[in-house]
Structures are given as C-alpha cells and as structure tokens.
Design a protein around this ligand. Structure first.
Ligand code: F6P
Length: 404
C-alpha cells in the first residue's frame, strides 16, 4: 500500500451533475482512513499555479458538510486547460513543486476524455493520480457522472416545450450539448417522447425529417378538436449531413482544449424545415383547411429553435449521479492506496471496485446505432429511412455491462 497522507482533488473539463458527490466521496472516504483532502481549484489551471497559491481549502468534516451533493457544478471549480499545451518547458516541475509545497502526495481527478489524457500524462511524469469518469456527453467507454443528470434535464426541457409548441402550433427544435456523441440527445429525446431525434452517429437526410414532420404535425392538428399540434425535434450539436459535413456554426471558435465549439445545429435544422415548408403547396392548403392561414402574415407553420446550452448540465444532479459520484469518488481513494496510478474507477458493484487504464477508458464511444431501429419501429424518427431491427438473443450467464 502506498503511503498517502494528503490527496488533492481536481475537477476538469465541463462541469455537470454528480461532481460534488465525487468530491464528497473522495474526502469522506479519505477522512475515514485518516487521510486529508484538499481542493486544487479550477482544474488544471489551478494545478499549474498551485505553487503560487498561499493556501488551499482542506476538506475537513465541517467544510465537506457545506457541499450539497445534489447540486450540479463543482465546488472545486473547472477550466479547460491541457497541461501538455501550456507553453512552459518547466510545467511538470512547477506542478511537482506546487504539490510538494502543500504536501499533496496524490491526486484524484474527475473529468472526461481530455482530462483523462492529462491523467495519463501526469502519471507518466511520476505524479500519482487516478481518474473518476465525468462527462455529460457519456462518450467514454465507462459510464461517466453527469450523464444521467443531463439526460433527465433534456427530457424535461423537451417535454415542457410541448405546451408552448401546442399553443402556437409550432415545430420546436431543441439543440443540446453532447459534442460528437448522441447519447444524451437520444436518451433525453426518448425520455421526452420527442418525435424526431438527430444524433451525430446518423447522417441527417432533411427530406426524411421533413416528410415525417409534415405527416405527424398535420395529422395532429387535423385530429385535434381545437386544431392544435406540435412536433418536437431534439438535435445533438454534432450532427452531420449525408455527405458527412458537420452542421455547425464555424464562427463559434475553439475552446482552451483546442476543440471546435459546436453550436448552430438547431438553427440549421430550422432553416432546412422552413425552406421546405415555404415551397410546399400542400402546406398552404393545410393552413387554409385548418383556419390558420392569414395572407402575408401567417402562411406556413412556424419553426423555432431553442438552445438550452448550459442549462442541460447545471442545477440539480440526478440521484443516480449522486450515487455513482459518491461510490466512485470513494473507490478512487482505494485505487490510489493500491498504487494504481493512471487508472479510472469504472464502477463499484458490491465489494468489487472495477477499474481500467485511463488510456483505454477515454477512447470515444458513440451510440450503438443497431439499437436505433428498435426506436424507429416505435415511431421515432432519426433523419434516415427507418431500418429493420435485426435482433439477436443472448442469455445472460454472468455480469452484464450496466452503464447507461
Ligand atoms: O463536454 C461537455 C460539454 O457540455 C459539451 O457537450 C459541450 O460541447 C461543451 O461541454 C460546452 O463547453 P463549454 O462549457 O466550455 O462551453
């Protein structure tokens, strides 16, 4: 067992639900073992500058009790700084000096793929550290804290938008975070019973989206005794068209990790639908038949995009994320004590702590599109011609992977 007297806690990348539970899990478990914990503020920016700090916050029992695990965000703060990109040839020495200054023996670092790559890097530099998976994008190989909270929030937003959509007979497009993976858009969209869900894993055919929208929306308005209908599309920020081109606003720039900021997919979807609505003579007839047509003012149904942005990852943490955060945070302490630097806590199941090399866990995982056909048979549209669900059966004889 490694001799560890003080652990530093870092949260990095985009904040999300469940992180405060991770922090509490680390500090409470460490406390029970007689180990101190300290917050290294603001992600890797704070780690780089630790040596210049006058003091750090120690998470003693009283300080920890002030952290509310059910609130999203992180008491430790965040930044999107990748250590290897810092223009300072002495950066690793500087980090080691900072850790020495505050007698910090090892680190628990919670974050996504970029954060995890730094865990691999720091570990190789001889800094003992372990990783707790965190990202609302759910694009790691393991479950990551924050995913479930984001899914639930997306589901609530998309469902709530139906009331205003129905009142105005509008088509509503909800653009959600998720980067290059559609996990949260898919699960949140199904949770809201959205009509159409567009994800990066499936190139979008806008003619198909339009046809599904037109049939569904018109049918709803016509069947309604008060002539009311809406159509809800949940679109991930990282979608592509049939030629594989990403449909986002190039002007958004890049973040500190050097990634393109994705934004604008909702606007793109709206424009594609508006274009088709305007040139479709059946729409004019529909507006007249249903008593909505007002020449020059209201000739086609309106399409609106809503971009909840950071609202999908703030506010409350789901109970699932609080559970997962607490137990993986606590397990990270044991991983450090076992000297398993450069590893990620994948899960805790019963008395087993599952872990895997961080370099493996951070490999991007997309939505398994073979599952999509099942939802298509249930009536959801994914911007492609529905496919047949090619089911296979497998009897479970042992543990099954359980992440969302
Ligand atoms: O990686 C998490 C995430 O929420 C992405 O889904 C999104 O593209 C990005 O962070 C937004 O980052 P920021 O808060 O830095 O704008």
């Amino acid at each position: 067992m490694a001799s560890i007297k003080r652990i530093g806690i870092i949260t990095s990348g985009g904040d999300c639900g469940g992180l405060n539970a991770v922090i509490k899990g680390v500090s409470r478990e460490a406390f029970s073992l007689g180990i101190e914990t300290a917050v290294i503020p603001n992600g890797y920016a704070g780690l780089y500058n630790l040596v210049d700090l006058e003091n750090v916050v120690f998470l003693n029992a009283e300080r920890v009790s002030k952290i509310e695990a059910s609130l999203a965000g992180s008491e430790a703060g965040h930044s999107r700084v990748k250590i290897s990109k810092i223009a300072d040839p002495k950066k690793y020495d500087r980090i080691k000096d900072g850790l020495k200054k505050f007698n910090i023996d090892a680190l628990v670092i919670s974050g996504g793929d970029d954060t995890g790559s730094v865990v691999v890097d720091l570990s190789a530099q001889g800094i003992p550290c372990v990783h707790v998976p965190k990202t609302m994008d759910l694009d790691l190989q393991s479950y990551s804290v924050g995913g479930d909270s984001a899914i639930n929030r997306i589901a609530v937003f998309a469902r709530d938008l139906k009331t205003t959509g129905l009142s105005h007979n509008r088509v509503v497009v909800v653009e959600v975070f998720g980067r290059y993976s559609g996990h949260t858009a898919l699960r949140g969209g199904i949770g809201a019973e959205a009509d159409c869900i567009l994800i990066p894993e499936i190139p979008v055919d806008f003619d198909i989206v339009y046809d599904h929208m037109k049939t569904t929306y018109i049918g709803r308005v016509k069947r309604s005794d008060v002539k009311s209908g809406t159509y809800i599309i949940v679109v991930a920020e990282g979608i592509t068209n049939a030629s594989g081109e990403m449909l986002y606003d190039e002007s958004a720039g890049v973040d500190a990790f050097g990634h393109k900021k994705l934004a604008g997919s909702g606007k793109f979807v709206r424009q594609q639908l508006e274009k088709r609505l305007k040139r479709d003579p059946e729409i004019t007839q529909f507006m007249k038949d249903t008593g909505m047509y007002a020449p020059g003012v209201y000739e086609v149904p309106e399409v609106r995009e809503v971009v909840p942005g950071h609202l999908v990852r703030c506010g409350n943490s789901s109970a699932y994320d609080v559970n997962f955060g607490y137990k993986t945070g606590a397990a990270a302490v044991y991983l450090l004590l076992e000297g398993k630097t450069g590893n990620t806590v994948v899960d805790v199941d019963g008395r087993k702590i599952y872990f895997e090399a961080t370099s493996e866990v951070i490999k991007r995982r997309g939505v398994d599109v073979s599952e999509i056909a099942l939802y298509e048979s249930l009536g959801f549209n994914f911007g492609r011609k529905p496919e047949k669900f090619n089911r296979v059966f497998e009897e479970v004889t042992g543990a099954v992977p359980r992440h969302l």
